[in-house]
Design a protein around this ligand. Structure first.
Ligand SMILES: C[S@@+](CC[C@H](N)C(=O)[O-])C[C@H]1O[C@@H](n2cnc3c(N)ncnc32)[C@H](O)[C@@H]1O
Length: 222
């Protein structure tokens, strides 16, 4: 089936315009982000890569609350506006931060087994199934043996009301993906090949009684 979502170029243009409005999504993102990070042992990481770092909001919280003093953080985003916002927000930690404008579906120019955490929050719901597989392949290549993949995305509704919203959301997304910022609900865990990933923890959470997020923490199987 052909993918009816936004192309990477349309995603870039959308987020270049959307910019700091992304932070308004905190109302439904924050509970899922909090529980995801609680299961991701960031305090033990020396090197964190975040794909689709957006405004750097989560990275700031990680620096303030979770990362050890020697941990290096690399943020990647396809949008120049987001790169600018994230760089500014993370200035207090600039010696430990690199933020690059990169289309993460085209590969990441880092050596094999060079990172401890691969983080992507509300990014997979923008990507085609093929792009998700490509990103997961890169994450598998980049993570050290005891590294963790930590991902969260919008998912299918878990309550009657949220199932209704999901159905409506998908109907709009199929016709006009730009109206939904390119995002649609995805079943995250189903994208992880059990021959390549061992799921350590996994949860779905409903925010405001309507929007359901699914997060997964997984280790690479070699
Ligand atoms: C919905 S926002 C989420 C931002 C942030 N992770 C958060 O949770 O608030 C999606 C982000 O992913 C970025 N993005 C989307 N596709 C990308 C790609 N192919 N490569 C890199 N970044 C991408 C967008 O520019 C945007 O900043």
């Amino acid at each position: 089936m052909t993918f009816s979502g936004l192309t990477p170029e349309s995603v870039r243009k959308f987020y270049d315009r959307f910019g700091s409005l992304q932070d308004l999504q905190a109302v439904y993102e924050d509970r899922a982000l909090k529980t995801l990070t609680q299961h991701s042992s960031f305090e033990n990481a020396e090197s964190v890569l975040e794909l689709g770092c957006g405004t750097g909001r989560l990275a700031k919280r990680l620096f303030e609350e979770e990362l050890g003093p020697d941990c290096h953080y690399r943020g990647l985003d396809i949008s120049q506006t987001m790169v600018y916002l994230a760089r500014n927000r993370l200035l207090p930690w600039e010696t430990r931060v690199d933020i690059d404008r990169v289309d993460g579906t085209r590969g990441v120019a880092l050596p094999d087994r060079s990172i401890d955490r691969f983080l992507a929050t509300y990014v997979f719901d923008l990507l085609s199934p093929e792009a998700i597989q490509h990103v997961l392949h890169e994450a598998h290549r980049l993570l050290r043996d005891h590294g963790l993949l930590s991902v969260v995305s919008l998912t299918e509704g878990a309550t009657l009301a949220s199932r209704g919203l999901t159905a409506l959301w998908k109907a709009v997304w199929t016709r006009k993906p730009g109206l939904m910022g390119g995002c649609r609900p995805v079943l995250l865990a189903e994208h992880l090949d059990p021959r390549c990933w061992r799921i350590e923890s996994h949860q779905s959470l409903v925010a405001m009684g309507l929007l359901t997020s699914e997060w997964v923490v997984a280790t690479p199987i070699r």
